[in-house]
Design a protein around this ligand. Structure first.
Ligand code: AHR
Length: 603
């Protein structure tokens, strides 16, 4: 029996409960959300030679590439130099780029491109999108170049209505004249969400929007820490024109162009109406290097400047720089996270590093809520970030973890959590573990005030993933949600503002539930999770329920191994239905391996 009394609330549900966590991992931005099609656009992957770039020759033409010893900016001080030895009309020579495991080309689309160049004699650049297998030209443009010093050039590629959507394509720039050209920051963007210049992939943004996320925790994760002090997320190198951003090695083994910089993260929040949860670098890196005492001061100053960049008006130094970067309006910021996973800090230094950050931030920005990333913090944070990467059974065992948690101490931010079965994206067993865990967070949503699944994204191509079990998978053209993704969509779409008093008797030990009420909408959201391979029969007794039809959303699979993948993206998805609510109590069966949400109208 499951009894719910909708007239008695046990807690308020935090309005910020579900959000997103993001970092550059698994080609999340470059090769993912960030809609750049050219891979290694800054030529910083130089082994062997310029990775993902090739020399192209037709007929008798001839060309080589070599290191260019100048560049268009201090940040990009080197280049790739193409030397065209022989070329003529019909015998063009140049370079091509393979993209991130191909390039998405769709019909009737406009692609905006640009590059920096220092040409000598090559004349006009012929730029094309070409199908790999047929060599068919899908779009083309010409750009007249002027010999001389570094200059930015722009171009547009438009596809015709007859182009078949595909990703097995590449980009080429060729010449019909002999000469040389140094190239840097060679770029081509597919159409972006909200048409933002240098913006995000629309399919992925739409998937995130469907999750109704309240916040975005960025930029990490390990990404904020970096492998060494020199490689930490140095936000000042991620703002302003792209030509001023140097490209860096990340903690996940590949380089980041920093196209997704601080302002882009904030605009991403703006586009999806999420509030930023800004993680600042706290002086500790993944190799154990850390700063203490006086040595911490530059990092504290860096964090204060960062907060000013986000929130300051144009009368402040960094607010004015943000305005120069194209966003005069300050962003609303309430949450600052100091570091990442400092419970794993092998030096034990967080207890000395956290307090000076807290002191400095509170002195200048007393309104901000601070999140510590270890319980050994030595200060008085408003929230502490707990992380959980578990198996389904481990999550089943953890569902009472916060029931008796201290309601007088800091609130809990579950800043990273996931059930890790299935690869590259989680399977249905993982979704069951997730759903069980979410029922426990909802029950305790007065204490667990924020939560975010991690990692959010993975590129599913071989070599695209560094961490298995990621919420959303994609290649250059397509994207899909894992069963865990759909469980998140379901749980956030059907969430009340109050936790109703509820109690179960005689249910199996793999049965979990959550009962939240929206007094405003007069609905009880009853979430039922049966992670057993037997159906769970229930007598539902809901005080306050209105007799009649109720909408159900159900996810079910025959086994825990069933999953979604890039070539079968919708095997598991919530299915809508109805059930009948009877006055008093009524019988209801939750199928084996099932996640079900019933929206029960209230009197
Ligand atoms: O989400 C993947 C990694 O897991 C994060 O970068 C790190 O914070 C955690 O260890």
């Amino acid at each position: 029996k499951l009894s719910v009394d909708t007239t008695q609330k046990t807690a308020d549900v935090s309005p910020t409960l579900y959000g997103l966590m993001t970092e550059e991992i698994n080609f999340s931005y470059d090769g993912g959300l960030y809609a750049e099609l050219i891979r290694n656009r800054t030529f910083t992957n130089r082994w062997p030679r310029f990775e993902w770039w090739r020399v192209v020759t037709q007929g008798e033409s001839s060309a080589v590439v070599e290191n260019g010893d100048s560049g268009p900016s201090e940040a990009l001080a080197k280049s790739m130099k193409l030397v065209v030895r022989e070329a003529s009309k019909g015998n063009e020579a140049g370079v091509s780029n393979d993209g991130y495991w191909g390039m998405a080309v769709r019909p009737s689309a406009t692609y905006r491109g640009s590059f920096y160049a220092k040409p000598a004699g090559v004349g006009t650049a012929h730029i094309r999108l070409i199908a790999n297998q047929t060599a068919a030209t899908l779009a083309e443009a010409t750009v007249a170049l002027t010999d001389g010093d570094w200059k930015k050039y722009e171009y547009t590629l438009k596809t015709g209505a007859g182009v078949v959507p595909g990703k097995d394509n590449h980009w080429e720039m060729t010449f019909t004249q002999k000469g040389s050209i140094e190239l840097q920051l060679v770029s081509l963007f597919e159409p972006t969400f909200n048409n933002r210049e240098h913006g995000n992939r629309p399919d992925l943004m739409k998937m995130l929007a469907a999750m109704h996320p309240n916040f975005l925790r960025f930029p990490g994760g390990n990404y904020v820490e970096g492998n060494t002090l020199a490689e930490h997320f140095d936000w000042k190198k991620t703002i302003g024109p792209l030509v001023g951003r140097p490209t860096k090695r990340t903690s996940w083994g590949y380089t980041s162009s920093d196209g997704m910089g601080l302002l882009e993260f904030l605009e991403w929040c703006e586009d999806l109406k999420m509030e930023p949860v800004l993680a600042i670098f706290a002086g500790y890196t993944l190799n154990g290097e850390h700063a203490e005492g006086e040595a911490l001061n530059p990092y504290i100053a860096e964090a204060l400047d960062e907060i000013e960049y986000v929130t300051g008006d144009a009368s402040t130094k960094w607010g004015a720089i943000r305005a120069r970067d194209g966003h005069p309006e300050p962003f609303k910021l309430r949450f600052i996270e100091v570091g990442n996973e400092d419970n794993l800090d092998r030096s034990g230094s967080y207890i000395k590093r956290y307090p000076p950050f807290e002191k400095a931030i509170r002195a200048k920005y007393p309104q901000l809520k601070l999140i510590a990333t270890s319980w050994q913090h030595g200060g008085s944070p408003d929230l502490v970030d707990d992380h959980y990467y578990q198996t389904p059974h481990e999550f089943f065992d953890l569902v009472h973890k916060y029931d008796n948690g201290d309601r007088n101490g800091p609130k809990i931010f579950v800043g990273e959590w996931a059930t890790r079965t299935g690869s590259p994206t989680p399977d249905f067993g993982a979704a069951l573990g997730d759903a069980a865990w979410m029922t426990s967070m909802e029950r305790n949503a007065d204490l667990v005030v924020m939560a975010a699944y991690a990692p959010l994204f993975t590129n599913v191509n071989p070599g695209g993933m560094q961490w298995s079990s990621d919420l959303i998978g994609y290649d250059a053209l397509h994207s899909y949600g894992s069963p865990s993704y759909w469980a998140q969509v379901l749980f956030n779409e059907h969430l009340g503002t109050q936790v109703a008093k509820s109690q179960a008797e005689g249910v199996g030990n793999r049965f979990f539930w959550s009962a939240t009420v929206s007094p405003e909408k007069k609905v009880l959201y009853l979430k039922l999770v049966n992670a057993s391979d037997r159906p769970q029969s229930l007598t539902l007794d809901v005080t306050g329920a209105k007799a009649g039809a109720a909408v159900t959303n159900t996810m079910h699979a025959a086994t825990w191994y069933v999953t979604n993948a890039i070539d079968h993206p919708e095997t598991i998805k919530p299915v809508k239905g109805t059930t009948t609510v009877t006055a008093g109590s009524w019988k209801h069966v939750v199928g084996a391996n099932t996640i079900e949400v019933i929206d029960i109208p209230l009197k």
